[in-house]
Design a protein around this ligand. Structure first.
Ligand SMILES: [Zn+2]
Length: 164
């Protein structure tokens, strides 16, 4: 079962923001077990660089776990990146939901996402780039010295959409 992670935010003087570098970016996710419906309170970290062999003999996954309750062996993987480049959220996406990552989940259903850190943000007013940005309380503000404008990403939201 594939799930798209869609995000939206309000951009001020931002050309785009994107997870960077994608290989080591940490997706903080919450899941529930599709077998028994049990939801975990804690966030799990999924990263492209981090794979482990699954017990199902289907090769590798980015997250493998056995449900504490029903003992199902579940896994989840990041899919859809042919190049090691993230999908940017750009000024033309401002205020609308956009898919930025897709997860292939077997026995798991994503229920939560935390934006966290590790983003690269480019100004639309100058060539200024902010690296390793962390979103706190789903927002970020700074000042672009070269563009002489404040720059911000506000009201970040997410949702998961199950692929048909
Ligand atoms: Zn379970």
């Amino acid at each position: 079962m594939k799930f798209d992670l869609q995000i939206k935010g309000d951009l001020e003087n931002v050309q785009e923001f994107v997870p960077s570098p994608l290989e080591t970016f940490e997706w903080h996710m919450k899941f529930k077990c599709a077998g028994c419906g049990e939801e975990k309170d804690t966030y799990r970290v999924i990263s492209l660089n981090d794979t482990s062999g699954t017990k199902l003999g289907r090769g590798e996954a980015h997250l493998v776990e056995t449900c504490q309750f029903c003992r199902h062996a579940n896994n989840a993987s990041i899919v859809g990146f042919e190049k090691a480049v993230g999908i940017p959220y750009t000024e033309s996406d401002d205020g609308t939901f956009k898919t930025v990552c897709t997860f292939d989940c077997r026995g798991l259903e994503p229920t939560g996402f935390r934006f966290g850190g590790g983003y690269r943000i480019a100004s639309s007013k100058s060539k200024t780039v902010f690296n390793d940005v962390t979103f706190e309380d789903n927002e970020w503000t700074d000042y672009d010295e070269e563009g002489k404008e404040s720059i911000s990403v506000l009201n970040l939201e997410y949702r998961f959409v199950r692929r048909k």
